[in-house]
Design a protein around this ligand. Structure first.
Ligand code: NAG
Ligand code: NAG
Ligand code: NAG
Length: 397
């Protein structure tokens, strides 16, 4: 019974206790050095990183952009794979206009004169047969080229395969020209027109510099010496990305044209700090170790009717380089509200510092026993005596 009341007595004491921080001044020593160095580092972080590097005094907005492209160039091909042919932009840019990207045909496999008929499948383990029993009528293999008729036919003098209903003859795409048919595409040029807006700041820009006229655009070409010109030679873009055009043209690929519109709109920087910076990067995977399914290709067909009224088509498997124009960037402008919020957040580290310094003081410093004894003082009748003993201890050490 008496125990419980004693406990309760303590509880009541505890509830009505008042704690007030007391200042313990510690003479110059390791704790003081630690505290000042930490303060200095925090101020350095606020000034150097938050203000200078992160521009924590700026309000930001991200870019909205539109891109149009126009490729120019001609080529004349005369190789053993194909009859002599003249190429212009309507032949090699597919589709004629795209969404932030354009495709330039560089190599192709043409299968002319296909008609809707029956012919033997290309030889592969699942299509090679000995007699009709090996071919299931109506089988529709998505990896094959047609719907099986159930017959086993001569593919060549040495091999028989299952017959299919398909566009015949079936395309054989294993003989891709080793040197890209349209290697001349390396000298084609593209005009990229890019307009951007930062809606929050009502800033509008385009990548054609305001001081140039149309005669400049007729002769300029983007290079290290002319970084403002929006006309790019395809070969130059590919080599800036660290690739070889002739190599990439054989099996195709995807190249990123990255336009960085990062802008600093503060009045003290002036208008000069808002212009596009171009970089180029190959975007599809080109792994020399695992080179399965490399490059970029797709198929399309041109259908027509023969004079006899029969429907035929030319099937084209097109290899080429797709250029993706990627526009990114943020604009920043001084804002007092953002400045106060960021400064407050960064400086709040300073208020955490005494906690860390206290911890260093009572656990790591040489005189930790002395410091922890004086860290908390319980006020009682002998307070006078205690403060005397504190003073003597400091004096002797
Ligand atoms: C298929 O090939 C075999 C042997 O090569 C030949 O004897 C046969 O006549 C051919 N059949 C047809 C329909 O051409
Ligand atoms: C591209 O142009 C350069 C010089 O202008 C020329 O040396 C090169 O042969 C051209 N490339 C092709 C494939 O025609
Ligand atoms: C275009 O500007 C250049 C100087 O940058 C000038 O020499 C040329 O005459 C101008 N052409 C036209 C058509 O205004």
């Amino acid at each position: 019974m008496s125990k419980t009341s004693g406990c309760c007595h303590n509880c009541i004491n505890y509830v009505f206790e008042y704690e007030t921080p007391k200042t313990l001044v510690i003479p110059a020593g390791c704790v003081g050095v630690f505290f000042r160095i930490s303060q200095f580092l925090i101020v350095l972080y606020v000034v150097g990183y938050v203000c200078v590097v992160q521009k924590g005094y700026q309000e930001t907005d991200s870019v909205i952009s539109s891109v149009t492209t126009k490729v120019k160039g001609f080529a004349y091909t005369n190789t053993s794979d194909m009859e002599p042919r003249f190429w212009d932009v309507a032949d090699y840019v597919i589709p004629p206009q795209g969404d932030n990207s354009f495709f330039v045909l560089t190599n192709l496999v043409v299968t002319p004169g296909q008609t809707q008929s029956r012919c033997p499948e290309l030889p592969n383990p699942s299509s090679i047969c000995v007699d009709d029993c090996d071919c299931i009528q109506g089988l529709n293999d998505p990896r094959g080229n047609g719907i099986r008729t159930g017959l086993c036919e001569n593919y060549s003098t040495s091999v028989k395969t299952c017959e299919v209903i398909s566009w015949c003859p079936i395309e054989v795409d294993t003989h891709l020209p080793k040197r890209a048919l349209l290697a001349a595409a390396e000298n084609f040029t593209v005009l990229i027109k890019n307009s951007i807006t930062y809606p929050k700041f009502d800033v509008h820009r385009r990548n054609i510099p305001p001081h140039v006229n149309s005669s400049y655009l007729k002769r300029c070409e983007f290079s290290a010496t002319d970084p403002d010109c929006p006309i790019f030679r395809l070969k130059h873009m590919v080599s800036e990305a660290g690739e070889d055009f002739e190599d990439m043209a054989v099996k195709g690929g995807i190249l990123g044209i990255l336009i960085d519109w990062s802008c600093d709109l503060d009045w003290w920087v002036g208008q000069a700090k808002c212009y596009p910076k171009y970089t180029f990067r190959r975007l599809d995977n080109k792994n020399p170790v695992n080179d399965v399914s490399p490059g970029y290709n797709f198929r399309f067909a041109k259908n027509y009717r023969t004079p006899a009224g029969e429907e035929e088509r030319i099937l084209i498997k097109a290899f080429g380089i797709r250029f993706n124009v990627i526009v990114f960037g943020t604009a920043g402008k001084f804002s007092i509200v953002v400045t106060i919020v960021n400064l407050g957040a960064a400086l709040s580290f300073l208020s955490l510092l005494p906690l860390v310094a206290d911890w260093v003081m009572v656990t790591l410093s040489k005189k930790r026993d002395l410091y922890s004894r004086h860290k908390t003082t319980y006020l009682n009748e002998e307070v006078g005596a205690e403060s005397v003993s504190l003073a003597t201890e400091y004096g002797t050490q």
